[in-house]
Design a binder for this molecule. Structure first.
Ligand code: ADP
Ligand code: MG
Ligand code: MG
Length: 248
């Protein structure tokens, strides 16, 4: 699904990713944990092709295709989705219009027919209920005036509508209460299948009680310094990161 080799990237002339390696097979769920400022969000942004991030060395392929030279839309069409740590607001563009345009573009790129507006609205309303977001939010500007938790649920809704191959979720659990966390976990677990993979960036072991990862990685200083199974998350919760950073 995803293969990252020796990835180096910088932002504003500052080296952030410094030789990151990661390989994800179809169907796998990988959790990425790590100290603040270690480069977790940068990794998501570099993979999604957000402007302002320069890759200075290394490679990243999605489904066998080199994505680093693709623009953001091409990567999305190929099946990459990034749920942002800080979802962007797009005032004046209705959430429904935005979702429909995103889904239309992805379907077109995959050679699928466009969904008619009525069916799409029906599906969007169903999913909004599944993520516990009032369907009234579909009529508002994208994330405009949404609370933190509402933005996260809106990202999940977008992900469920787009049906990506690789879902990268950047701290989707941060700031959520237990009920909302369970909604997110239920949505992700329902989407899990043999052909779809997930990268869950999280600070909390708690999420991994609800979404069981195949692997847990520690990202520190721009590299993966330790990988393990879900027991590593428990160990990190108990011991923090310093013992690993000292050893790395
Ligand atoms: P994490 O998500 O692991 O907390 P980030 O990837 O957001 O870390 O940030 C990694 C480092 O890159 C931090 O030191 C941060 O200040 C820096 N950084 C991120 N984005 C920018 C930016 N646009 N300009 C300058 N520095 C940035
Ligand atoms: Mg952070
Ligand atoms: Mg971050």
């Amino acid at each position: 699904m995803l293969k990252i080799d020796n990835l180096h990237a910088r932002v504003d002339d500052k080296d952030i990713l410094k030789g990151l390696n990661l390989a994800i097979k179809p169907g796998e769920v990988h959790a990425i944990m790590g100290p603040n400022g270690s480069g977790k969000s940068t990794l998501g942004h570099v993979l999604a092709g957000r402007p302002g991030y320069q890759v200075t060395a290394g490679s990243a392929t999605l489904l066998g295709q080199d994505i680093l030279d693709m623009d953001t839309e091409e990567r999305a069409h190929l099946g990459l989705f990034l749920a942002y740590q800080y979802p962007v607001e797009i005032p004046g563009v209705s959430n429904m219009e935005f979702l429909k345009a995103s889904v239309d573009a992805v379907r077109e790129a995959r050679g699928q027919e466009a969904i008619d507006s009525v069916s799409f609205m029906k599906r969007a309303r169903e999913i909004s209920r599944e993520v516990d977001l009032d369907p009234a939010f579909l009529k508002r500007g994208v994330n405009e005036g949404f609370s933190g938790g509402e933005k996260k649920r809106n990202e999940l809704m977008q992900m469920m509508l787009l049906e990506p191959k690789l879902c990268i979720m950047d701290e989707t659990d941060s700031g959520l209460d237990i009920d909302a966390l369970q909604v997110v976990a239920k949505g992700v677990n329902a989407m899990r299948n043999e052909e779809r993979s997930f990268v869950l960036v999280t600070h909390y072991q708690r999420l991994l009680n609800y979404i069981e990862p195949d692997y847990v990685h520690v990202l520190a200083g721009g590299r993966i310094i330790k990988s393990g199974d879900k027991s590593l998350a428990l160990e990190l919760e108990a011991k923090g990161y310093a013992w690993l950073e000292d050893a790395a």
